[in-house]
Design a protein around this ligand. Structure first.
Ligand code: PRX
Length: 658
């Protein structure tokens, strides 16, 4: 049975225990329904009330939602605030100065701690260093840093001075970095000499050098700030590059925040779409912060004595909302981890939960699956009784992985919040609330209060429960994407398509609601986007990279199910020369995999590459991807192939790796 089918007939239900309900901020289904009702009756009143309660404003807003230029919605537009003030100064002023904000554990195991007071001075000092380099409100700053306190300091410092950060995951290549630098028009890059993962030092700065060489003479980047992580060899370009500590030298550790309009962009984050070029998803300051804080309080039920750990990297949206902004906005203590889950062994996460007494743990299904495989019994070696809540994000969680997580990690007492959301949504959209929702393995259950999620057909008509269709959001919400940087038309076309009437936010996922409970289950992307280990990859992006190789004439990329990574990348390639076989084929496969690794990053390397003299095409020349999907899965092709121009090609492509 496919995973989707098994989720649909899933009949295990885990209602919240009395103890969890009693402790929860949103306690009981009646409380949840009252919030939904409030939002339904007075939508702007609801969000306006929450924005006043959960965000500190320098200048209060009078307008909650401005729809005059829909779908370019504005929230709290005449209000002013500073996000870094809300994450740091606010907590210090409230007497939390000596509370630990971050417990940092390095790859090798060294632990350091930073209090709110210390974090505030570090952010202020670095903010002053940025200002001294001429970086000001509205400037774009690329951050290419490992998981580190510096990464959070750099992001918060940008927020403090109103600069717009764009974090690029350290696993992306120089070429990807170059594209993002150019698209964002960045004036500065903040990086480190090297990063350390799984006991190995991996250079970072050389990728920045290479990216800036590719950018060329008219580079907008005037400054590169380099943090010293390992002390490994590092080329410094005079006049452009400066060590982090030198940039900070002599700077004051007090920095008045720049009070920005609520709509001022806090950050851009590039993500894959269904066409070749990654999209710079633009987020706001006020609305984004509200949802980051609110979801911490309601979904994660964060309390003053919690130790929160989100295992994502700051290079992804999960790391933005649930490492850099959400936990700090709530004055929480959080873990920041530099390493990987399997080093020195697959018990690392569990040991860290024990050592730091983690109470809320948020990770991705791909990590859970790999840890089951690498050491399913290891959790038993550790004391995990500090845990009270578990979370999952990034991809559908298979019911069996859910059960393992629930029993082996949560000891059968911790609710699992399976949070559905996206880079574009800023924070959780559909998720259980621990003190409210009966949990069903594999289902993200019900919308967050105020989020008007629905399932529609291809004309935008809402479907009855039980019928699968497109997942949409019917009303704008505060933390939504504002636009695609530099490409408002693409924003409109991608997220508010005219086919659906132009007023529904199209998530790009298929979904179905349980006919009885209304619980949502995500059935996967409806576009050409793959989800590999919880990371989004556009098939077109990988195809463009392959075709850029001098050996390649044509390429088509599809996904196939993979036990560990959820989906695996499978590429069908036509070479300019003859179709290789045997050792020759192996060599070219390796060469192309490495090529994609260099063009985009190691996460984009195709797992399978197959060669054909051609690709299956219709008479009008369109590649028949559905056939390729069947071939990639190793299925018999049962689809109608009557429109196929060259049926013989299927036999050739069936042969894996040849
Ligand atoms: O397909 C959905 C899947 O991940 C996509 C969003 O990816 P990204 O923007 O990289 O953000 C990931 C972290 C928020 C979605 O369109 N997805 C995310 N969470 C879930 C999920 N699929 C099923 N269940 C989830 N909980």
């Amino acid at each position: 049975m496919s995973q989707i089918e098994s989720v649909l007939v899933e009949n295990r239900v885990f209602p919240p225990s009395e103890e969890v309900v009693k402790r929860a901020t949103i306690s009981g289904m009646a409380a949840y329904e009252a919030l939904c009702k409030e939002a339904e009756t007075d939508y702007t009143g609801y969000w306006g009330r929450l924005a006043k309660e959960h965000v500190v404003w320098k200048q209060p807003f009078t307008s909650v939602l401005d729809e005059s230029n829909a779908p370019f919605y504005k929230w709290f537009a005449d209000g002013k605030l500073n996000v870094s003030y809300n994450c740091l100064d606010k907590n210090v002023e409230a007497g939390l100065g000596d509370k630990v904000a971050i417990i940092f554990e390095a790859d090798g195991g060294a632990v350091s701690k930073v209090t709110y007071k210390e974090l505030l001075s570090r952010v202020a000092k670095f903010a002053n260093a940025l200002k001294a380099k001429g970086i000001k409100k509205g400037d774009r700053v690329i951050i290419y840093l490992p998981m580190s306190i510096e990464g959070i300091v750099a992001m918060q410092a940008c927020a403090r001075i109103g600069a717009i950060h764009s974090v690029v995951f350290g696993g992306f290549s120089a070429k990807s970095l170059e594209e993002r630098i150019l698209d964002a028009g960045a004036v500065a890059v903040i990086t480190a000499d090297e990063q350390t993962r799984g006991g190995k030092n991996i250079p970072l700065k050389p990728a920045v050098d290479e990216a800036l060489t590719l950018v060329g003479a008219n580079s907008p980047v005037k400054t590169v700030i380099v943090a010293k992580r390992t002390g490994g060899a590092c080329n410094m370009v005079a006049g452009r590059d400066v060590w982090w500590t030198d940039a900070e030298a002599g700077q004051s550790d007090v920095c008045e925040p720049e009070w920005v309009e609520a709509e001022h962009p806090l950050f851009l984050l590039y993500t894959s779409g269904s066409t070749g070029k990654p999209k710079g998803v633009q987020h706001s300051s006020g609305g984004y912060l509200l949802h980051a804080a609110l979801t911490m309080k309601w979904t994660f039920d964060i309390k003053p004595d919690d130790v929160f750990w989100c295992t994502a990297d700051i290079g992804w949206v999960t790391g933005h909302t649930y490492i850099t902004y959400g936990p700090l906005a709530c004055g929480a203590t959080e873990i920041v981890f530099e390493g990987v889950p399997t080093f020195p062994d697959a018990g690392r996460f569990w040991k860290m939960i024990q050592d730091h007494k983690v109470s809320i743990f948020y990770t991705a299904p791909t990590a859970i699956r790999s840890l089951i495989k690498a050491g399913g019994d290891l959790p038993k070696k550790y004391d995990l009784t500090s845990l009270r809540l578990l979370g999952s994000v990034g991809e559908p969680i298979n019911p069996e992985a859910w059960m393992w997580y629930y029993n082996e990690i949560g000891g059968g007492r911790c609710p699992i919040v399976d949070t559905f959301w996206q880079t574009e949504t800023g924070g959780h959209m559909i998720t259980p609330l621990p003190g409210v929702t009966p949990l069903v393995p594999g289902s993200c259950t019900l919308p967050f209060p105020g989020i008007q999620a629905a399932i529609v057909d291809e004309t935008g008509h809402e479907l009855e429960w039980g019928k699968g269709g497109f997942l949409v959001v019917k009303k704008p919400w505060p933390s939504m994407i504002r636009t695609i940087w530099g490409d408002p038309e693409r924003f409109k076309k991608s997220y508010y398509p005219e086919d659906l009437g132009g007023r529904l936010y199209l998530a790009g996922d298929g979904a179905v609601r349980n006919a009885k409970t209304g619980n949502f289950t995500i059935t996967g992307r409806i576009d050409d986007v793959l989800n590999v280990s919880g990371h989004r990859m556009g098939t077109m992006e990988i195809e463009s990279a392959l075709v850029a190789n001098p050996l390649v004439a044509e390429a088509a990329v599809v996904g196939r199910p993979d036990d560990l990574t959820g989906e695996a990348i499978c590429a069908f390639v036509v070479l300019k020369g003859s179709r290789p076989s045997g050792e020759d084929a192996k060599r070219v496969i390796k060469e192309l995999q490495d090529w994609v690794g260099k063009e985009i990053g190691p996460i984009a390397k195709p797992k399978d590459i197959r060669f054909g003299e051609n690709l299956p095409k219709t008479r009008s020349g369109k590649i028949m991807r559905r056939l390729l999907r069947s071939l990639a899965k190793g299925e018999e092709v049962t689809q109608d192939v009557s429109t196929l121009e060259n049926p013989a090609i299927l036999e050739q492509l069936k042969q894996a790796g040849a």
